[in-house]
Design a protein around this ligand. Sequence first.
Ligand code: MN
Ligand code: MN
Length: 433
Amino acid sequence: MHSWRRILSILALLSSAVAVPTSSSVVSAPAASPTVPYASDDPNYPLWNEDEDIIPEPIRGTLGASILGPQNIPLELQNTDNLAPPTTDSGSVPNFKWPFTLSHNRLQTGGWARQQNINDMSIATDLAGVDMRLEAGAIREMHWHNDGEWAYIISGDLRVSTVTPEGQVYVGDVSQGDLWYFPAGYPHSIQAKNTTAAGAEFLLVFDSGSFSEDSTFLLTDWLAHVPKEVIAKNFQVNISAFDEIPATELYIFPSTPPPENIESDMVIPNDTPMPYTFAMSQVNATPAPGGSYKVVDTRSFPAATTICSAEVTVEVGGMRELHWHPTEPEWTFFISGQARMTVYASSSQANTIDFQAGDIAYVPPSYGHYVENTGNSTLVFLEIFKSGLFQDISLTQWLALTPHELVKAHLGLSDAVIDSFSRVKQEVVGPTY
Ligand code: MN
Ligand code: MN
């Protein structure tokens, strides 16, 4: 593969060197004379992967030297491109990787929750995430918060509910690969069903980087801080009815699983104008040359006005193509496989970082990036955006559709090479070329 890439790049150089003006235009422009040197032809493959039985060293070609001080070899094996970055890397992009492994977990009877917000990754100003686990029957206490909440079910089955400011109700069931969305301030409930013995785990993403799972508004926490006689007056019942309300918050706690028949669990039939859950698991993935992808935004899930997503599959050796998102911050979650991303931040700033399943990446709007499958298994990840609409710009499509003389003037490519660029957005490209 390496030698093929070199041959292709040499051919491209030759073809640009022997290019003859074919047009009969009046003034034939001089061949592009470089005002800056050509970029290096050196490839910059990841130098090892986490499965290798080696002592990693910060050495790439003639650059670098061995480590004399302490080494954390497991971390260095996972973070190849931090220790021995590609020579194309430059400057320092604010850190855009956070492994949920490093989040401080909150253990409760019946489950746990760990989060990533701007305190963990300063670049992630617009989105935050929570990984939550509920055993069968366990409840995430009824609550609300200032930020919109989007969820993706990693495993298991759950029942959720909300009530709108108009007094309408929605109760829905979700399974692995499905979504829910609750607008900012809407009260909601989350409970794991007992259809799987283990219960459920799910990813929550919030449309603010400063969201904290520890600062939501909780039913029990509120009532524990209202004078009892006021509670009685509010509900118009005798004060003794509230003898057993908790003194402190419950947050996550075990309970009896909800009845399997969802209708039997409803006080009144759902009457919201639209559903607040979406069966993304039932959407057919769009095939791509190097994998496949599913996009779900307000075009199919209209309730989710501030967060949308793409579930992307990349086969071994393939990659999510070079692209950016015009106005949308991206919060990426790796579900399986290994990957690397280079994030280009303008001003000659570009850093490459490696990712494993369970890691989070964050890419600000307009920052150029790709996601390459660097492992030996299928890569699956979620791209989650603070937007109601999924949008991206494909570098390949941009170049394919722009007047070719312009593209040639920038990159010195041959007509044949430019003609080979896909005019259709591919999203995920294959390993072979
Ligand atoms: Mn919530
Ligand atoms: Mn992206």
